[in-house]
Design a protein around this ligand. Structure first.
Ligand SMILES: C=C(O[C@@H]1C=C(C(=O)O)C=C[C@H]1O)C(=O)O
Length: 380
């Protein structure tokens, strides 16, 4: 072996020795932190003491001999103290000091005599989503706006609302996120609907009769390839796909067609002139089921939360570290502006888990102590 290899082995040997010492010291430090937790329980003190942490970081970084190491020491101890706090939260939770999660576990969603509200008209994709989730025989009615649907839940006019939250190509439906914050309802389920547009006309119409095709602009653009094969047709934008189908039925004009879901054809007694003019697994809309009840099902596997964090370096990182530390898989993060606070944001996070899991409880307890306005939107 040449000298350099020997050197490397020797240096690594020394590193190994130091790391072992660091681990021993780390464990001693955590043990002391656990004792602090006991003190805090007896004296009703908060886990996080920002003043103490700030002072510690200032002192410790001064021990470092150069600016590069100063940054390292700062970061190292910031992490160390975050871990120490996580241990304390766990101890407090074990001693029953964490506030209870307000959600109630149920074996299944109460469906008997349930009434569902959806936005749009029969045959709209939200209508399909509702039937897929609740079955065909569910009592339901429609309203004009998403806000109306939220109000219906608030007033007790309906037990559940079906609302679109995200489209796989167009992204989130921002208004629904904002409404979820404004109305303190909870998400109790979700339903994904694949987009499948058909061309439909009156019962006795044929493709040759068609002169005008009505649909929502997004549906028209998704079906562009198909429409280009018929340059003789005029494409007309309409409020939504189901309304376009309704119009064709009501006008009773053989030259009119609509692009909408096959379900809309069924609802309005139209004939499908050409199925799947656009169908895409890639293009799906995810709907949420909203309720006034704070309930979650035993087998629920996804949790949605939202929170606000101080406008400081590292605060999002610090919040998300609670998920990592508790081995929780985050599946989505979104941010929305907070209207009253210019350039500050509210974050929406989805992660895998059930509100009964201890890791989930630990993460939520820790986060709730370190952010503003943590809300559990639902577990479904
Ligand atoms: C250990 C404590 O709890 C927390 C963790 C700290 C640490 O690990 O040094 C410091 C302050 C607190 O935010 C403490 O209060 O001393």
């Amino acid at each position: 072996m040449d000298n350099k290899v020997l050197d490397l082995l020797e240096i690594r040997d020394q590193i190994d020795g130091i790391d072992k010492e660091i681990v021993e010291l780390f464990e001693k430090r955590m043990q002391l932190s656990a004792e602090v937790a006991e003190y805090k329980i007896s004296n009703n003190k908060a886990v996080l003491d920002p003043q103490r942490e700030k002072e510690k970081l200032n002192t410790l970084e001064k021990y470092a001999s150069n600016s590069f190491n100063r940054v390292g020491v700062y970061e190292l101890f910031r992490q160390m103290m975050a871990m120490s706090r996580k241990l304390q939260y766990r101890i407090l939770a074990e001693k029953g000091k964490a506030e209870k999660i307000p959600f109630r576990k149920v074996s299944s969603l109460p469906m008997q005599k349930a009434k569902v509200v959806f936005q749009g008209v029969e045959g709209a994709y939200s209508f399909t989503a509702m039937h897929s989730f609740f079955g065909e025989s569910i009592e339901n009615y429609n309203v004009e706006t998403w806000r109306d649907a939220m109000e219906a839940i608030k007033n007790g006019d309906a037990d559940y609302a079906v609302l679109p939250i995200e489209n796989s190509t167009a992204g989130i439906v921002a208004d629904i996120y904002d409404l979820l914050v404004e109305y303190h309802h909870s998400i109790v389920g979700e339903q994904i609907i694949q987009v499948d547009h058909a061309l439909m006309g009156l019962k006795n119409a044929t493709l040759e009769d068609i002169k005008t095709v009505y649909s929502h602009p997004q549906a028209l653009s998704q079906c562009r390839k198909f429409l280009e094969q018929h340059p003789e047709w005029k494409a007309e934008e309409y409020l939504n796909t189901a309304m376009a189908a309704k119009k064709v039925k009501e006008d009773g004009d053989l030259t009119q067609a609509a692009i909408a879901s096959p379900y809309a054809a069924q609802c309005f007694g139209l004939q499908i002139l050409k199925p799947h003019v656009f169908s895409s697994r890639q293009n799906s809309t995810r709907f949420i089921i909203v309720s006034k009840e704070e309930i979650y099902q035993e087998e629920a596997g996804k949790i949605s939360v939202c929170f606000e964090i101080p406008h400081e370096s590292g605060s999002l990182y610090n919040t998300l570290s609670h998920f990592i530390y508790n081995d929780l898989n985050m599946t989505k993060i979104e941010s929305r502006p907070i209207p009253e606070k210019k350039w500050e944001y509210r974050f929406f996070v989805d992660f895998e888990g059930n509100l009964s899991d201890s890791g989930v409880k630990n993460a939520l307890y820790g986060i709730s102590r370190e952010v503003n306005n943590l809300r559990i939107l639902g577990n479904y």
